[in-house]
Design a protein around this ligand. Structure first.
Ligand code: 5RP
Length: 232
């Protein structure tokens, strides 16, 4: 309950960053959902802004709140994207993809002039890696992709267990793009840029959940208020 209130407080400050006429990217997850619900209650912003989504899950919630969603290709750029994160460090580097939306989240973030991350304080960490790093991979040969990923991590003295993400019914989790996600249990990460570059150059990898040097700011939701930390 308290955690939910922190997410709501973060979303309440985030919505004040949206002004009429903006092109907005909508993130994925329980924190981003709070923003979408607030937008649903705001007829002016809902009608005077244009919106793109980072997942089918977000699109559904937006539509249920009478928010009109457009294809990403309708936009040359977005003024602002507001999204959650699984972990964010003091430089604004993040692990994302806990909800499996990492590819679309990264694509939407990449065309955004301003990228605000909304989190509660449990996500704000000194070092990334306690949260398992999601990596989106193709369905062809997941075992060989996992072996290549393990080889990369071992170059950095990291020996994570790497598991294919499963649904509760025992089937493989599929992303919106129809790909698999593997979760890398590293415990602690370092050399973020190097590891990200190497992981993302493996042929079977689509993208990683490492979002480096992308966030403009973070809004930290607390019990009774929210505050913004600027990164750029
Ligand atoms: C989904 C994400 C989410 O932003 C992340 O998982 C945070 O979600 P929540 O706000 O529910 O904790 O990256 O792919």
């Amino acid at each position: 309950m308290v955690t939910q209130q922190k997410k709501i407080n973060a979303a309440k400050l985030a919505i004040t960053k949206i002004t009429s006429g903006m092109n907005i990217g909508l993130g994925t997850g329980s924190t981003a959902n709070e923003l979408i619900k607030l937008l649903g209650d705001n007829p002016v912003l809902k009608d005077k802004c244009r919106f793109a989504c980072t997942s089918t899950q977000t699109e559904l919630l937006a539509k249920n709140n009478s928010i009109h969603i457009e294809e990403i290709d309708n936009f040359n750029y977005l003024d602002l994207t507001i999204d959650g994160a699984d972990e964010i460090d003091h430089n604004g580097n993040m692990i994302k993809g806990g909800g499996g939306a990492l590819l679309r989240e990264k694509m939407i973030a990449s065309i955004s002039k301003n990228y605000i991350i909304i989190v509660d304080e449990t996500k704000y960490v000194d070092k990334l890696g306690k949260f398992p790093l999601p990596v989106e991979i193709v369905k062809f040969g997941p075992k060989s992709t996992i072996t290549l990923l393990k080889n990369i991590f071992s170059e950095y003295d990291l020996y994570p267990e790497i598991k294919i993400r499963m649904n509760d019914n025992g089937s493989h989790f599929n992303t919106d793009g129809g790909n698999l996600v593997v979760d890398c249990y590293c415990a602690e990460l370092h050399s973020l840029n190097e590891i990200k570059t190497k992981i993302e150059s493996v042929p079977g990898v689509i993208t990683s959940g490492l979002f480096i040097n992308m966030a403009s700011s973070m809004i930290l939701g607390e019990k009774e208020k929210a505050s913004e930390v600027l990164f750029k």
